[in-house]
Design a protein around this ligand. Structure first.
Ligand code: ITT
Length: 195
């Protein structure tokens, strides 16, 4: 069993990823290491932001570290909110406000197709950088459904399902989600790295 730093300030992401990593790797958050403040994410792409978050925390603690940057890409909005998903309705990063803005923007649109894209950046013990991507296609619902999950989960229904991510358990979401897919590629890499 080994410890690995997850450069995030989102406790929901930590729960989801720890559930996939199981007992093999224990996630340590920057907060648990005494970090206070905000992890910067100022780049224009998910890849750039994931790398920026991982590099920032790695440079502070000098230990293997990964970060996740995720965007909701809506077809009728030309890929928005994308890399700006967290601050879609303003700097408050408020999910209720973000959802209200999204549903408002889609009021006059017929096409509700969307996808979540997650990029994980990992900096290993020899300071080499690795990227892993996971995507799930789906659609934006007309109103919120369910209380599980976080962020945009209550208005996103993955392809092949009539329910939202917020109506699934963490394990069900992980099996098909953007993050679940990116983490499973990351886990495959870690297994090869350790063998
Ligand atoms: P960290 O940067 O600290 O990891 P964050 O919440 O700011 O946490 P992101 O920038 O990656 O993370 O997230 C962008 C936005 O997308 C943010 O509003 C999240 O709530 C939302 N989001 C991310 N993953 C999601 C998921 O699996 N389901 C629903 N919404 C998600």
């Amino acid at each position: 069993m080994s410890n690995i730093i997850f450069a995030t300030q989102n406790r929901h992401k930590i729960s989801e990823v720890q559930s996939i990593l199981g007992e093999r790797h224990t996630i340590v958050s920057p907060e648990q290491l005494g970090f206070v403040g905000e992890i910067p994410e100022e780049e224009l792409t998910l890849e750039g932001n994931a790398l920026q978050k991982a590099r920032f925390i790695h440079s502070m603690f000098n230990l293997p570290c990964f970060a996740d940057d995720t965007g909701l890409e809506v077809k009728a909005l030309n890929g928005a909110p994308g890399v700006y998903s967290a601050r879609y309705a303003g700097e408050g990063k408020n999910s209720e406000d973000n959802i209200a803005k999204l549903l408002g923007e889609l009021l006059d649109k017929d096409n509700r197709e969307a996808r979540f894209r997650c990029v994980i950046a990992y900096i290993d013990g020899s300071v080499t950088e690795h990227l892993f991507e996971g995507i799930v296609n789906g659609k934006i619902l007309f109103e919120k459904q369910g209380d599980e999950g976080f962020g945009y989960d209550s208005v996103f229904s993955p392809e092949g399902f009539e329910i939202s991510f917020a109506q699934m358990s963490l394990i069900e979401k992980n099996l098909i989600s953007h993050r679940g897919r990116a983490v499973s590629k990351f886990v495959d890499y870690l297994m090869c790295e350790l063998n």
